[in-house]
Structures are given as C-alpha cells and as structure tokens.
Design a protein around this ligand. Structure first.
Ligand code: GAP
Length: 451
C-alpha cells in the first residue's frame, strides 16, 4: 500500500464535527488549551468505552488463556531503569534558532528546514527523554523521583510473578491491560493521533521460546480481525513488517498495523515478539526470579513474550475517520441536501437507538414514545428527541452515528389501521430504509444488531 493521499480538508471537517457534537475537546480550552492533551465529551466517552469494552471482551473474557491487570500510573524509577526507558526512551530533537520551535529531528524531511517558519538555522540534534518525571512525597530530591508510565506494559512485566502465582496459569498465557500512558512528545500533532496523555490496550502473551515466531503471526491475524469487527475494513489497513534496522534490538519480529488516516498511512498498533528481554531485565535488576517452571519438561526458564499494543485514542480517531461520510438525502420537503453521517459499526456507536414521537404536542404519541424509552434503556444507550421536524431529528442522529431511529406515529396508536397498533417505524441510518416493527419485537431485534 502506498502512503495515501493527504486530505486536510476532510480532517478539518472531522475535527470540527468532533467539537461541535461533543466527541473531543481541547483540554483546558477556556485557558488557552494544553498542547497534546484532549478531553472526551459525552459522545466521545461512549465511543471510547465501547471500544475498550469490546477489546476486553475479545482479548480477556472470551479466552481462557488471558487475565487482566490494572497497574498504577506512578512507576518506580528502578523499573523504568531496568526496562531501558530512563536511558533510552528519547527522540532526537533540534531547535529552530529563528522561531525557537522544538522539532523532531527525524521528521524534518530532506530539506532540513523548520516546518513552522521555514528557517534553516537549526541546532544540532540532541536526545530528549519523553518520560514525565514527578516526585512522590514531601521532598523533591533525587530519592523521591517517580515517573508517569510511558507504556502500560512494564507493570505487567513487574507483576508477572504475582499474576502467575495467583491466577495459576500455564504457558502460553497472557496478561492484558487498558490504561493511561504519558509521553512528553516533542511535536504532538494530527489531532489526538500523537498526544502527550493517551490510553493503550496492551496484551503481553507469554510463551515458550520456540513458540514466539508462530504466535507473532497468530496475534497479527487476530488483531487484523479485531479491526474488521469494529468497522475498519481490511483494505484500509496495512501491515508493515518492520525491517531489522528499525526494530528494537531485542525484538525478533515486529509488525506495525497501519491505517489510512486522512493525514496519511500511520501506525495504529504494534505487534512485537520481544523475546525474554523484559522479564530478563527485571529479573537482573530486582534480583527476584521471574522464571517459569514447566511441569512437563521439568525445565526452568524465562518466558518469551509477544505483545499486541494498541492505542485507544488512535483507534477512536480511526473509527471516526472511517465513519465520516457525506452523502445526499431528501430534506423534509423532499429536496436533496448534503447529509453528514458517521457510519459507525453499531457495536461502536455511542448512541444505539433514538426514539422520536412524531409530534411533541400530542400526548398519546409522547406517552408511547416514553414507554419505548423505558423498554430499551436498560439494554442500550438511547436518546429521546421530540423537538423539531422529524427529518431534522434524523439528521442530528445521522451526524453522531446513531444506527437506528424509532418513530412513534399515529399508526402506532392504531388510529388509521388497527392492525398496525403497537408497531413503530424503525429507520436504519446508512440506507435510510424504514420498516414497520412490532414494539414487542423491538428490543430483541435491536440487541441482535448491536452486539
Ligand atoms: N509497549 C509497547 C509500546 O508502547 P509503542 O509503539 O510505543 O509500543 C503502542 O506504542 C501504541 O500506543 C501505538 O501503536 C499507538 O497506538 C499508541 N501510542 C503511542 N504513542 C502515542 C501517542 N503519543 N499518542 C497516542 N497514541 C500513542
């Protein structure tokens, strides 16, 4: 796959919709914003939860060989020394002497020119450590340093023995975690794509040394299936087999799963065979054995690990970019107009079903619609809307990606045809097709389409 066309205009529309409809806001916006930090609004938080819940379901609950962990964000400096982060978790940085911008040296391109002011007077590159440092307790000295974790993975390695002993798992097995990670990125950019505070969904899948390469292939395929199951088609994904020179020295194989964002083909997830590097480092540094005793062969060894590591924020952004569509639809008077619609997979959609009484001042319609609200609310996220023309109400839901709309009309009340009493119109977002459904069948029909 090629790098793909850059579509800035599309990206601008997406960013604007995210703010206008309450998906994503700049953090601390009323104070001028904090660069590289984002808040998720009422719809964004639902979308994010749907993604994380689905990941947890397929990676942990649906499997016998994976258990979960929720590690702390504040991390002991010794753990991050052992992992190599204190010494080596850095990006090369240069400063522009003209506009004082700090720039990633490896993103300057051929011209070696400041992308902000065009200046060519740049400093020599130096390494900039991306970890956020803080102090624990009342004294701020060398001895009180702690770090905000730069990845969730390390707490999994550090707790490996505790989990092994308490969960009583046999190899191969995995430990999964979803949580915040922090990196003081030199150049946060492309909306939420490169942030300073973000969330990861990581699995460390421990195995015997001879199983590593095969499991790398297995997890790459599993993860590609995952993206298809949340509505990101295979054709929009690229698997980059990371060449030897670009891989971490301890990795025997790494795939980057990339998505064709409007700003180009970019990494969504890394799937890496990390050998026994992490556990060996922690065993060496802590002096505690992190070995595994194999009952069958009676051998003791440090397990190897395959790690699928995905970004929550990047996947949310990919879901929004993939869903964003403009098409043509008739307005209330039948005239065609441009419709903005987020074609989320129903599984991911923040609101599953909107419920509308045809008219708001007809009490029996409103009462019936509210009965349907009560019927569906325990089972899915719903939205009740009685204001404005029905066409406008449909459009508002299309724009936030609600896959189903239920309209309560006079036929529901049996006023025109007794046979249609207690039926409603069910409208599907993408095709805009409408069908007549009995209220008693509504819940199960919707549930079967949103799981
Ligand atoms: N434990 C391995 C690890 O952290 P990584 O490639 O540095 O590997 C994994 O990060 C994933 O975390 C990335 O593929 C990306 O989805 C997400 N990620 C990393 N840095 C990010 C950032 N600054 N902003 C948003 N997501 C980020």
């Amino acid at each position: 796959m090629t790098a793909g066309k850059i579509d800035n205009q599309r990206m601008e529309k997406i960013v604007s919709l995210c703010k206008r409809r309450g998906f994503i806001f700049q953090s601390s916006e009323i104070y001028g914003g904090l660069n590289g930090v984002w808040d998720y609004g009422p719809l964004g938080v639902e979308l994010k939860r749907n993604l994380k819940d689905y990941w947890w379901r397929v990676m942990v609950h649906d499997r016998d060989d994976v258990v979960g962990l929720d590690g702390a964000i504040l991390t002991h400096p010794a753990a991050l020394k052992a992992s190599g982060h204190v010494e080596g978790f850095s990006d090369p940085m240069v400063d522009c002497r003209s506009c004082k911008a700090h720039l990633r040296a490896d993103q300057l391109g051929e011209k070696k020119q400041c992308p902000i002011c065009g200046g060519k007077d740049l400093t020599e590159a130096r390494q900039f450590n991306l970890m956020f440092e803080t102090h624990v307790g009342a004294t701020a000295d060398e001895g009180s340093i702690a770090y905000l974790r730069p990845e969730t993975a390390q707490s999994i390695f550090v707790q490996f023995k505790n989990v092994l002993e308490t969960a009583r798992k046999k190899l191969p097995f995995g430990i999964a975690q979803i949580g915040k990670a922090f990196r003081n990125e030199i150049n946060p950019r492309n909306f939420t794509f490169r942030s300073r505070e973000f969330e990861q969904m990581e699995l460390e899948y421990f195995c015997r040394p001879n199983e590593g390469m095969q499991l790398l292939e297995y997890w790459k395929e599993e993860r590609l299936n995952f993206y298809e199951n949340i509505g990101i088609p295979r054709a929009k994904l690229n698997v980059l087999n990371v060449p030897d020179a670009d891989r971490a020295f301890y990795s025997k194989g790494t795939y980057d799963i990339e998505y064709e964002f409007p700003f180009g083909l970019q990494e969504l997830e890394g799937v890496a065979y990390r050998t026994d590097y992490d556990l060996s480092q922690h065993q060496k540094a802590s002096g505690k054995s992190l070995e595994y005793f194999d009952d069958e062969t009676k051998e003791k060894f440090i397990p190897h690990v395959v790690e699928p590591s995905a970004g929550v924020d990047r996947t949310v952004l990919a879901l929004i970019c993939e869903a964003y569509t403009e098409d043509e639809a008739p307005d209330d008077k039948g005239k065609m107009e441009t419709r903005t619609v987020l074609r989320f997979h129903p599984r991911m959609a923040p609101v599953k079903c909107a419920i509308f009484p045809l008219l708001k001042n007809k009490e029996p319609l409103v009462a019936k619609a509210k009965e349907i609200v009560d019927l569906l609310r325990p089972h899915m996220s719903i939205f009740y809307d009685e204001s404005g023309a029905i066409g406008r109400r449909y459009r508002r839901q299309d724009e936030i990606g609600t896959p189903f709309g239920v309209t309560v009309d006079f036929e529901t009340l049996g006023e025109k045809d007794a046979a249609l009493r207690d039926t409603v119109t069910l409208r599907e977002r993408d095709s805009m097709k409408q069908e007549r459904v009995a209220i008693k069948d509504l819940r199960d029909m919707l549930l079967s389409r949103i799981v």
